[in-house]
Design a protein around this ligand. Sequence first.
Ligand SMILES: O=c1[nH]c(=O)c2[nH]c(=O)[nH]c2[nH]1
Length: 313
Amino acid sequence: MTAQITQAAPTHLTGDIVLGPHQYGKAENRVVRIYRETDRHEIRDVSVSTSLRGDFAAAHLQGDQSSVLPTDTQKQTVYAFAKQRGLESIESYGLELARHFVDDVEPVRCARIDVEEYAWARAQVNGREHDHTWIRQGQEVRTAAVTVEGTGDEQRTWVTAGLKDFTLLKSTGSAFSGFLVDEYTTLTPTEDRILATTLIAEWRYTTTDVDWEATYLGVRALFVERFAEVHSLALQQTLFEMGKAALEAYPMIAEVRLAAPNKHHFDYDLSPFGLDNPNEVFHADDRPYGLIQATVQRSDAPDAGPAWTRGAA
Ligand SMILES: O=c1[nH]c(=O)c2[nH]c(=O)[nH]c2[nH]1
């Protein structure tokens, strides 16, 4: 038999040094928009990040800023649009900004706008909702990302929406057993455990003709309903059921991406104190944690293009 000689990858490369993918923008502009047309105000509290893509090589290679719309200008646009175009939903606001940068700023070929929204609920004062005082809601953050590429008839748009920091816990209705066992396995199977996670979910729309508010609330409600009602055999199964429910209810959603840390709750050993502990006292461990990630998608989902591309493409 002839010995196979495998060509090892060279360790010293000699090729020219060139600029690779690049993008730039202003990250995490914190915008609070108050609607005060009546005494009953409305509030939207968001963080907006802009990323512009195109041929900005001259700035990197020659220090030539002639094509560079300053990130400061991008910031000013973000605030001006909160007044001029309004902030009815983070998706519609993201669309306005992304289209503006691509349509009106010549060197920009593609714009991506990431928006996070922080929820406020009206304070209850003297038994009724107050007109202009709110209490910040939990940790949950609503998210959206809008990418617009090209101009005129060639223009293409992608919208994803989602949530993060969405912490859910159920105190029964969750098992984990029947798993693969090897010589290192010590985990005891359980038919009744706490299931808890801090969910990150994003879903991709196939159209911009969407009631953004209603769809967000609908998907969120389905996630909660499935988490509560599915008798969980594993977090993996629960995640699939959550994604499936969203796709079944909303035909304009092509795929749902879910990431769920399994926030382990271990039965605390109370036997040194002569106490039994039938699933009543737990140690909530913060790390390490299982990390379960899944995409649930339609088999005929159209190509995602740059919808998920966060960094320079
Ligand atoms: O829902 C779970 N999925 C796993 O893959 C896993 N692995 C583990 O140790 N506990 C769990 N729980």
